[in-house]
Design a protein around this ligand. Structure first.
Ligand SMILES: [Zn+2]
Length: 212
């Protein structure tokens, strides 16, 4: 299991400062919910890709002495099961779903010398399309609970079915971020370019599962 964690730094800073980073220990095990059972369990290595670089990161791991399972702290600039940095994936899905770019345009803007491959780009978009409606519904529900009078809810109306779900989700995330910034000062620096990372951190903490 992973806990998506905001370290407040970019990937190269995470790599460079790794020994100086603070890895927050959860108060309770996210799996068995028993308190004060997590002990340090070292690190594992994983790669993170940009179109031009390969980063090797050390991922902090905790071990629960109650349920004997491990939990690791995944930096919020990474998704589970995806090698590429979340920023790269964000650029692709925004171009494709929000700007309605063609596949060729997406590749031209986001890929360098064929990385990521067009196959990978397609796979990300398919995956977001598959999961977006669940995430969108959760965002809408939170917004409705927080601000029932918001005129910005459901900007695509009834057309926001599965076909438009990725676009609707990207839009709704802007509203969620705008609201969240009024609640948590830690989000003060978050802007448009951080919305996917914010969404991932927010939704993973609510157990929404896979995003892309
Ligand atoms: Zn446990």
């Amino acid at each position: 299991m992973v806990i998506v964690t905001e370290f407040g730094c970019l990937v190269h800073e995470y790599v460079e400062r790794c020994s100086g980073l603070v890895f927050p220990r959860p108060n309770e095990c996210p799996q068995c919910r028993v308190a004060d059972t997590l002990i340090g369990h070292g690190f594992y290595e994983r790669k993170a890709l940009s179109p031009t670089q390969v980063y090797v990161l050390r991922i902090k791991r905790w071990y629960c002495t109650a349920c004997q399972r491990t939990v690791s702290l995944l930096p919020s600039f990474l998704l589970r099961f995806r090698h590429y940095l979340l920023d790269v994936i964000q650029s692709v899905v925004i171009l494709r779903f929000e700007d309605s770019a063609s596949w060729a345009q997406v590749a031209r803007r986001c890929a360098v010398a064929g990385a990521p491959s067009s196959r990978t780009i397609h796979r990300w978009c398919d995956s977001l399309a598959e999961h977006a409606s669940v995430w969108w519904a959760a965002v809408q529900q939170t917004l409705a609970q927080q601000d029932a009078a918001s005129p910005l809810l459901d900007p695509l109306g009834k057309s926001a079915g599965p076909r438009d779900a990725p676009r609707a989700l990207l839009q709704a995330t802007l509203h969620l971020l705008a609201w969240a910034k009024t609640q948590w000062s830690a989000l003060a620096d978050y802007g448009l370019a951080d919305r996917f990372r914010f969404l991932w951190h927010w939704g993973a903490g609510r157990g929404l599962g896979r995003l892309v």
